[in-house]
Design a protein around this ligand. Sequence first.
Ligand code: BGC
Length: 499
Amino acid sequence: MGKVAVAFASAAVVAACSVAAVMVRRRVKSRRKWRTVVEILKEFEEGCDAPVGRLRQVVDAMAVEMHAGLASEGGSKLKMLLTYVHDLPNGTEKGTYYALHLGGTYFRILRVHLGGERSYLDVQDVERHPIPSHLMNSTSEVLFNFLASSLERFIQKEGNESNSQGVIRELAFTFSFPVKHTCISSGVLIKWTKGFEISEMVGKDIAECLQGALNRRGLDIHVAALVNDTVGALSLGYYHDPDTVVTVVFGTGSNACYLERTDAIIKCQGLLTTSGSMVVNMEWGNFWSSHLPRTAYDIDLDAESSNPNDMGFEKMIAGLYLGDIVRRVILRMSQESDIFGPSSSVFSQPYVLRTNSVSAMHEDDTPELQEVARILRDLGLSDVPLKVRKLMVKICDVVTRRAGRLAAAGIAGILKKIGRDGGGGITSGRSRGEMQMQRRTVVGVEGGLYMNYTMFREYMEEALVEILGEEVSQYVVVKAMEDGSSIGSALLVASSLQS
Ligand code: BGC
């Protein structure tokens, strides 16, 4: 070999070696980044861990807080609000009633015809629309004018058939926010939740605001009841099955209500009702306990929300927030490594990842996770490798598993308070000291998160059995209810006007 050839050969060897060295360096770097991501995931997973022992502590805390909230006004973060609903619909109701439901993401209007027998419940017309986002931080005038005009259009569409005698239409206003009631048909807004921020409405009578807007339009509609969505759902649940004593909503927000004995509502002594009981709106979204597995991501989410230091439980289990917890974990991962590539800045945008995308990614059963790839592409992230897509699914799983398990602990807490958990229960602060005879207990559940996110539902139901044990679980029936809160509120108007 000539000198020139030798020089070329050694230059080629040097070049090949440096290319190899660069590649090795890159591989080492990328392995290091992946290790960082795995460590973040591990730390997050440990932070979210909710083994059954911990869930039982949450169950106990829920039952104790319920008791404290019933004992005195402000005695607990659980408001345990009186609803003045003591007689639930029993199937004998008759007539045509309307419901307007302002939820967290949608509003619905419907008309129900009742024929005086349980089997004769005819939901004649239902409209469901997304709430225009500008309304959430507008003014009370804008909000109520919008609701009144939507109702006006609904009624115009029905022509004269359903109201040929020109009688006043009786309406239930299902209002999915915390209200302090003075009677079933009126109450003032305590605070907004779920991102709504119309501060001048806090302290105002909500039914009066709606009635005013309806009157200004000359509509013959009477706001006969102001109903929390959980309470509406309980009414429908009870109408179909009188063993229904608890209902829970898992939607944009979360809450529960249940039937309580009036003598256990100590903060309102002398409360007399014909049935001896009253539905209590727990507003459980505000529940807090040091046993809840809280991570740094939850703390940041809370601090940056429109209602910091408020609704801590809701922020761990409800639809509005699950997507944003996932987003925060991904953001940290992409800040500490570049596994999502240059477009990952999209994850700096609050609430850019919605819970319905989380559920679609989590339940993606295609071998190559094509649904995950599609959702990431829609967010501007193309060609995300399979192993990163798998990582996404894992994060969704951790967040939703924790949510489902905590939701189950919440339900078991209520069952414990009313003595339907197979133990002694808690009554007025003292334990009964004896095992309760187990009775069939129906827990009605509604809300988009529960209805549309199978994995959430499965984690919740699995954890409920773990907490209660197989034997007691046989007596606890969890029943899904679609549109229960709106239909049930209309039923409640019927029963309250008839009683
Ligand atoms: C509200 C509750 C409501 C729940 C479910 C919460 O944010 O405070 O009143 O029942 O969402 O819609």
